[in-house]
Write a protein that binds this ligand. Structure first.
Ligand SMILES: C[S@@+](CC[C@H](N)C(=O)[O-])C[C@H]1O[C@@H](n2cnc3c(N)ncnc32)[C@H](O)[C@@H]1O
Length: 504
């Protein structure tokens, strides 16, 4: 009990110190008469910003001077080890790290993502000496992104393609090559006197924490939105000048805003400062919400560690080509044999556009300029690329030859379309079977046991994917029915005059 109240008061102190620190920043503004940073842990949303009174549209809620952003241009790390910040130098990192032992420039060369991880580790290690200390204190130390889930928790995602995207091993490799190597080569910079030394396992953990923080909190720093004509002018070092990419930065206060698919605030990127503005009237007690984009709940979970009902409209499901191919083979590839089929696959794979899997999604209108969503998202068709790949495959089958009559007859467009739709329908059904529970069981689980935390989020992701699969199947079935109806109308029309002729 006491532990809880201690934790609560630490949380409240963290918020107070952060807001007070923010207000002292030169050039910062914060409408404390209109908004407050509040404890939203009761609804699993950490801290967030709530309207204290009714706020009219277009009100500026707070302003963040660019000098307050943590990025490679502002962190003192760039003066301590300038070599690694030279992104145009392909040997960056390797040459500066001084070890250069493996002679492999690309494995240790940096990008804006890895440099920000290094800058965040540096600032963290500075402790009280970091100008961002009160801000760093309110950033999370633990995450709900699947990167940190146990195998048992991950298994709740069942057949979701998200499981393959977690990428823990890949992240470990990147951290070893680009973060640990640099920190170890500059222990004096990263471990100032008085700071605790970290062993490799602790450093790996800290790098993961900073990587996850950046993933969920950092902003792509755009150029001034009003400055449209300035293309080509790479000024002030705010814009990473390679390939027109923007610079990543941690933006205090802007990242205290939570976000949803329906939102009411926007961060404008100005020349000297970023401003948070109300997009529409916000009522007292309402949460001020930003927008992360039209993300499926699976992607929201992967990047940010949460899901919301409003993001379900953007849910997607992946249909592996292997399932379509296997159904096609069952239908028409019977006489081709293993080798013939292998030949077909090799031919088809020569196509540059060949895809291993296809994303099925609904059509959805963008939110309007005030952040509100309009009509429901609807499944309106299979991806064109899937149809193209199916055609490529049929052509390859004809070339290889020795196929059943069904394929020989494929010169007829409707027969081909019918074969396509029926094959995909069966593949969609097979895809649904890959999940350990049915959509109906998931609905029941969501209603009856009302799971919480990671279990709830996994349930939402897999249920959302199954819903898209069901809608896709209904759409394909409808397309088959329409094709059949057209065919029987044509048959009747063909029969009509012929019958008359016979009578004559
Ligand atoms: C940019 S931060 C927002 C501030 C954050 N709530 C905090 O306490 O630091 C993004 C993180 O906030 C949480 N978050 C954002 N929007 C949310 C929402 N609508 N519901 C629940 N959590 C949300 C997620 O954990 C996400 O990774």
């Amino acid at each position: 009990m006491e532990v809880d109240s201690d934790a609560n008061s630490r949380f409240a102190d963290g918020t107070r110190n952060f807001v007070a620190w923010f207000q002292t920043l030169p050039g910062a503004t914060f409408r404390s008469d209109l908004i407050a940073v509040e404890d939203l842990r009761g609804r699993n949303a950490g801290r967030g910003i709530i309207a204290k009174q009714d706020i009219p549209a277009d009100t500026v809620l707070f302003t963040i001077p660019r000098t307050a952003i943590i990025c490679t241009a502002t962190s003192a790390l760039k003066d301590k080890i300038p070599g690694i910040f030279d992104l145009d130098n392909d040997d960056a990192g390797k040459s500066d790290s001084g070890d250069g032992g493996d002679g492999e420039a690309t494995s240790s060369s940096q990008d804006s993502w890895t440099l920000l991880i290094l800058a965040m580790i540096y600032e963290h290690q500075q402790g009280d000496a970091s100008p961002w200390k009160p801000y760093l204190d309110v950033l999370p130390a633990a995450f709900d992104t699947p990167m940190f889930w146990s195998p048992a928790e991950l298994s709740q995602l069942q057949a979701s393609a998200l499981v393959a995207k977690v990428g823990k091993a890949e992240a470990d490799r990147m951290i070893q090559a680009k973060i640990v190597s640099v920190v170890r080569a500059h222990n004096d910079v990263f471990f100032p006197p008085g700071s605790a030394h970290l062993d490799d396992a602790q450093l790996l953990q800290l790098a993961h924490r900073m990587g996850s923080t950046i993933m969920a909190y950092a902003f792509d720093l755009e150029k001034d939105e009003a400055d449209d004509g300035g293309e080509g002018e790479e000024d002030e070092g705010w814009v990473e000048d390679r390939e027109g990419k923007t610079m990543l930065g941690m933006v205090p206060m802007a990242d205290i805003l939570n976000a949803d698919a329906s939102f009411n605030a926007h961060i404008n990127h100005g020349g000297d400062a970023l401003t948070a503005t109300a997009l529409r009237p916000i009522r007292a007690g309402e949460e001020v919400l930003n927008y992360y984009g039209p993300l499926a709940n699976g992607e929201l979970l992967r990047r940010y560690g949460y899901v919301t009902p409003a993001h379900a409209r953007y849910d997607v499901v992946e249909l592996p080509w292997a399932l379509v191919e296997s159904e096609l083979r069952d239908r028409v590839g019977g006489r081709m044999g293993k080798e013939g089929w292998e030949e077909v696959r090799q031919l088809a794979e020569k196509d540059e556009e060949f895809e291993e899997s296809f994303v099925l999604e609904r059509s959805s209108e963008d939110p309007d300029s005030t952040g509100e969503l309009g009509s429901d998202a609807v499944f309106t068709g299979l991806p064109d690329e899937l149809g193209e790949q199916f055609k490529t495959f049929l052509k390859a089958m004809k070339k290889v030859g020795n196929v059943e009559l069904a394929v020989q007859a494929l010169s007829d467009k409707d027969t081909r379309k019918d074969l396509y739709l029926r094959t995909v329908l069966r593949a969609l059904h097979a895809r649904e079977q890959q999940y350990a529970t049915s959509l109906e069981e998931d609905e029941r689980l969501a209603g009856a046991s009302q799971p919480s935390g990671r279990e709830r989020m996994a349930l939402w992701v897999r249920r959302g994917e199954k819903q898209v699969l069901r809608e896709a199947q209904a759409w394909v079935q409808q397309a088959i029915n329409e094709l059949q109806a057209q065919a029987s109308t044509r048959t009747r029309e063909d029969d009509g005059p012929a019958a008359k002729r016979r009578r004559m």
